[in-house]
Design a protein around this ligand. Structure first.
Ligand SMILES: O=C(CO)[C@@H](O)[C@H](O)COP(=O)(O)O
Ligand SMILES: [Fe+2]
Length: 231
């Protein structure tokens, strides 16, 4: 892991590829397996070529999982549009895409005013430096390692320098990695400096999700320890 990091490892399953007719029990299954939070993928058919669910589903899910941190991955055009609804539905963090808004600063301010944590993410073709002006304003940055829109895609290892750049220049910020992350790719994410690990199909399809989560957590913890020794 690049230098400067001492943040907490958090594993957040993406339930996009789970049996959505059993959404609450699939979420509970992931939490029972040792997940730290849930990464809920919202798609609007405009920003990405796919549809999932919106705030009404989050509202139904919240009472079933009252204490769970919901990281809303908002793959939507005009993300400003859904901030209040998501907060009212029970979202904990609102992670929007830099590419989806003309005014990221106002979007961040509105998320904070609504009482949620704010995350900002970039698609694979977006250079990481565009995030520089917003790092001090947000709680988390998201580096996509697939083109957003679908679960089960191939991990893009060439995104790792973006994570290393953020860890190198911005110390302890929470860096989330999302797309194709699982036991086969976690080492690359850990070495680059990611500490918030989204894993969808690898966890949902795992025969032993508890062991898969434990393994990924250990790999990232060891990378953080190594980076601290190197400092
Ligand atoms: O945001 C997205 C896709 O757009 C992700 O959250 C994926 O849904 C994660 O699933 P896997 O790539 O791990 O299967
Ligand atoms: Fe996601």
């Amino acid at each position: 892991m690049a230098s400067g990091s001492c943040c907490l490892v958090k594993i957040g399953p993406s339930i996009l590829n789970s049996d959505l007719s059993n959404l609450a029990s699939e979420c509970q299954r992931m939490m029972d397996a040792g997940a730290d939070y849930l990464h809920l993928d919202v798609m609007d058919g405009h920003f990405v070529p796919n549809l999932t669910f919106g705030h009404p589903v989050v509202k139904c899910l919240r009472p079933k999982l009252p204490d769970v941190f919901f990281d809303m991955h908002m793959m939507v055009a005009k993300p400003e549009q859904w901030i209040e609804e998501m907060q009212a539905a029970g979202a904990s963090q609102y992670t929007f895409h830099y590419e989806a808004t003309e005014d990221p600063k106002t979007c961040i301010r509105k998320i904070k005013e609504a009482g949620m944590k704010a995350g900002i993410g970039i698609k694979p073709k977006t250079p990481v430096e565009v995030l520089d002006p917003f790092i001090d304003l947000v709680d988390m940055v998201l580096i996509m390692t697939v083109e957003p829109g679908f679960g089960g895609q191939k991990f893009m290892g060439d995104m790792m320098p973006k994570i290393a750049y953020l860890r190198e220049h911005f110390g302890q910020i929470d860096i989330e990695v999302d797309g194709g992350v699982g036991p086969a790719t976690i080492q690359q994410c850990a070495d680059a400096g990611a500490n918030m690990i989204v894993s969808g199909s690898a966890l949902i399809n795992s025969e032993n999700p508890r062991e898969t989560i434990r393994y990924m957590r250990t790999v990232v913890e060891e990378a953080i320890q190594r980076s601290q020794l190197e400092r």
